[in-house]
Design a protein around this ligand. Structure first.
Ligand code: ATP
Ligand code: MG
Length: 488
């Protein structure tokens, strides 16, 4: 393997490291159920795979988390490569699978449900697939529905979740009792960070009871804040739809004198959607994300920037991720302690806060001072977040969801358990659930992507000024970043 470094020299990456590569060296591999898989994989005889060069993925194949390794630095974690295995753990006719969806909505959930059902049925001949309705609690409080390729045929064209979802607490023991009572041996769990923690607990309890039940998680987060994996499903769709909202705001403020448009996008802790939508749209003057502190007044502050852009262009568009500026809102409104049913702290509406601040700022030449307050034509705050969450997934997410679902099915059939699926450096892998719940993926201000955004918008970085030290109360920021905050 060769790669060129910045100074143009060709640098051979340490090939000798491959020689001493042994699996024991890479502990982050997902668990097997007790006993080894012993049945031949039915895909061997499937027409679909008849001409595939290498039908099966070797259980020894691993995917490296670090793709660029500096000289003498550790190689980093490795995960098992996802895909069909030559030997499977379950006989197709003995599989009794179930699917559950938990947490908030995200484009693509229905595609994942559909493709698990079709994957199990078309690839492995599994007929017994139950839909658990209404999230985790549905295991013991609602009727299940039988899922067939026919019953899920069209669901990918709809937003939301075909199985319904819920937030709020659940009883792991009752769920595992229910899994046992129904004779379920494969559990597919689609949901966010909370859901995956729940899945880890279910898988532990299953193990404790010595049950031969595979637990597979499919990580869901519209914010793209799941650690380890390259990108979460629904993210592309969200960015595309966010662009449309930005475009609409831009058209509006462009049509008036001194229009200021504020668009709030998803991103509780991670500004990926705001960052990518800004980079994609080019209509954004300034993008504010939770990871990057900013300040309003004074030299180099947001107000100065807005005023300057208004003078130059006659309009300005600001994009704000929902977690951005929470430290100010919390300070001003003293109401940051509300929690949702799952115990996540509720976010305050920083978009509304920023809009009010901009309206109130005395020196603006902005349109607010030119029109009477009750003139709704010049409302400039847009919150498209719930609209974005509810749409069906786009083409690329649909394909991505198919890969996630099929790989989850291959993994469970092979007897892996307590794992999630996802691409790591563009190769799909099986990742132990704990790896994706331990940390959150956030925009690294020190990475190149944020620098690309700053160069593209030419906005201030808000980092150099002492005002940041003065105005941003670190304690509040830390508190916000260490607590689970959500909006529902
Ligand atoms: P998102 O936040 O992306 O919408 P989520 O999966 O994090 O999705 P939550 O409402 O937090 O959404 O949780 C969904 C389900 O997971 C709930 O039924 C809840 O009981 C369970 N859950 C949440 N947090 C935990 C946890 N720490 N441990 C075990 N289960 C949890
Ligand atoms: Mg969550």
């Amino acid at each position: 393997a060769q790669s060129s470094t910045n100074d143009g020299a060709i640098n051979v990456i340490h090939e000798e490291r491959n020689d001493d590569f042994i699996l024991e060296d890479v502990p982050h591999l997902t668990n097997f159920l007790p006993d080894l898989p012993s049945y031949p994989n039915p895909l061997k005889k499937s027409q679909a795979y008849a001409i595939v060069k290498r039908t099966f993925v070797s259980p020894e194949d691993v995917v490296a988390q670090k793709i660029v390794v500096q000289k003498d630095s550790p190689r980093g974690l490795h995960f098992r490569r996802a895909g069909p295995r030559e030997k499977v753990y379950f006989k197709s006719e003995e599989v009794r699978a179930c699917i559950v969806t938990c947490g908030g909505l995200c484009p693509g959930i229905n595609t994942v449900i559909r493709e698990i059902v079709c994957g199990l049925n078309n690839m492995y001949g599994v007929d017994e697939i139950l839909g658990i309705q209404g999230g985790y609690r549905g295991f013991y409080s609602k009727n299940t529905i039988q899922l067939t390729p026919k019953s899920v045929n069209d669901i990918h064209k709809r937003g939301g979740t075909f199985l319904q979802t819920s937030r709020g607490g659940h009883d792991t023991n009752k769920i595992v009792d229910n899994i046992q009572d129904r004779g379920i041996n494969q559990v597919y769990i689609i949901g966010g960070d909370g859901t995956q923690k729940g899945a880890a607990a279910i898988s532990k309890e299953v193990e404790r009871r010595g049950l031969k039940v595979a637990v597979a998680g499919i990580p869901k987060t519209i914010d793209n804040d799941i650690a380890v994996i390259d990108k979460s499903f629904g993210f592309d769709t969200a960015v595309e739809e966010a662009q449309r909202a930005i475009n609409a705001a831009h058209v509006e403020v462009n049509s008036v004198e001194n229009g200021v448009g504020i668009v709030k996008l998803m991103g509780r802790y991670s500004g990926f959607i705001a960052m990518h939508a800004t980079l994609a749209s080019r209509d954004v003057d300034c993008c504010l994300i939770p990871e990057s502190p900013f300040y309003l007044e004074g030299q180099g502050g947001l107000f100065e920037f807005v005023e300057q852009r208004l003078k130059e262009n006659g309009h300005v568009v600001l994009v704000l991720a929902e977690g951005a500026g929470q430290e100010y809102v919390a300070k001003g409104w003293h109401a940051a302690d509300e929690k949702d049913a799952s115990g996540n702290r509720l976010l305050l509406d920083s978009g509304l806060w920023l809009t009010q601040k901009i309206k109130a700022f005395p020196d603006f030449p902005g349109s607010f001072h030119k029109f009477p307050e009750d003139d709704s034509r010049y409302e400039i705050y847009r919150d498209p977040t719930y609209m974005i969450r509810a749409i069906p997934s786009n083409a690329s997410d649909n394909i991505y969801c198919t890969l996630l679902a099929q790989n989850a099915v291959h993994g469970a059939m092979a007897g892996y358990t307590g794992f999630t699926v996802g691409p790591v450096n563009s190769r799909h892998a099986y990742i132990p659930i704990s790896q994706v719940t331990e940390t959150q993926n956030t925009v690294k201000l020190t990475d190149r992507m944020w620098a690309r955004l700053l160069s593209s918008t030419n906005q201030p970085s808000f980092l150099s000024s002492e005002v940041v030290q003065e105005r941003v109360d670190r304690q509040i920021i830390d508190e916000i970043h260490n607590n689970k905050i959500t909006s529902i």
